[in-house]
Design a protein around this ligand. Sequence first.
Ligand code: CP
Length: 326
Amino acid sequence: MTKKTNSEEFSLPQKISLKQKHLLGLEYLSKEEILLILDTAKPFKTIFTRSIKKVPTLRGRSVVLLFYEPSTRTRTSFELAAKRLSADTVNIAVQLSSVQKGESLIDTAKTLESMKSDFIVIRHSYSGAPHILAQNVSSSIINAGDGFHEHPTQGLLDIFTIREKKGKVEGLKVVIVGDILHSRVARSNLWGLTKLSARVVLCGPPTLIPKDIDKIFPQVEIEHDLDKALRNADVVNILRVQFERQLEHFFPSVREYSLLYGMTKQRLKNAKSDVLVLHPGPMNRGIEITTDVADSLNSVINEQVTNGIAVRMAVLYLLSLVNTNQ
Ligand code: CP
């Protein structure tokens, strides 16, 4: 493959723009807005093959990363995305910040706003924390994961990866397996995939499937038997067992969970031979996924991480256009 140089033309879709200057969840985006982000991420991904992986698109803008929960992928990916767009980035180490002296979330955000931060990327254990910031500060707020609610850029990068590999999303059978109850990744996938007309099947023990999920997503199927759920599957998205969020016992033992819901090579044979294996990470190898599945030819787990940067570049770029227009 020939590498592009930085002097080559960099073309981006010039169609519609996003309606809101915040990205709080895929629930609030239309199908057209989701497709706009996915289409915009494609040319941004081509930058990765260049010798200088940087464009001046967001020069002079600032992006603050405010993570109240641990993260490897999302935080690094947002920082790289912002840097590749030439924005200035600041990482707030919450453990070393005035949060430890009792400063409230809103006061922290107002302080960052006063420093003229264009974007605040927030991860918080409370569902709705990004919404509170969006109501109280003028910076663009991007949800990097709020409690059990949503993780919109993870949903977008999952769907980008599916679309890139399969050429479409509509009509694909996508099985989401594991701890749906505690998963913001599952919720963002559900909003995004159903808006793009995928056939979504949720699979997990009854205790880890939210009770009223069918009321919000009546078109989604629920199957507790993983072997049955996998039949004819085009994509399987395997969720992490979130031990840190489970305040009670949702299954008798890790061993039993693994036996019933762990993804093994043998079990994967129920799906189509070219099934895509996704996992948002971090993985509990040997619990929800075996190493031979995680590292198999069907696995696109590492590509998800790469695509995450392109998708986040697209999000920052498109939100910056909304800011400019307001
Ligand atoms: N997928 C994901 O959100 O990973 P991190 O917790 O490492 O950001």
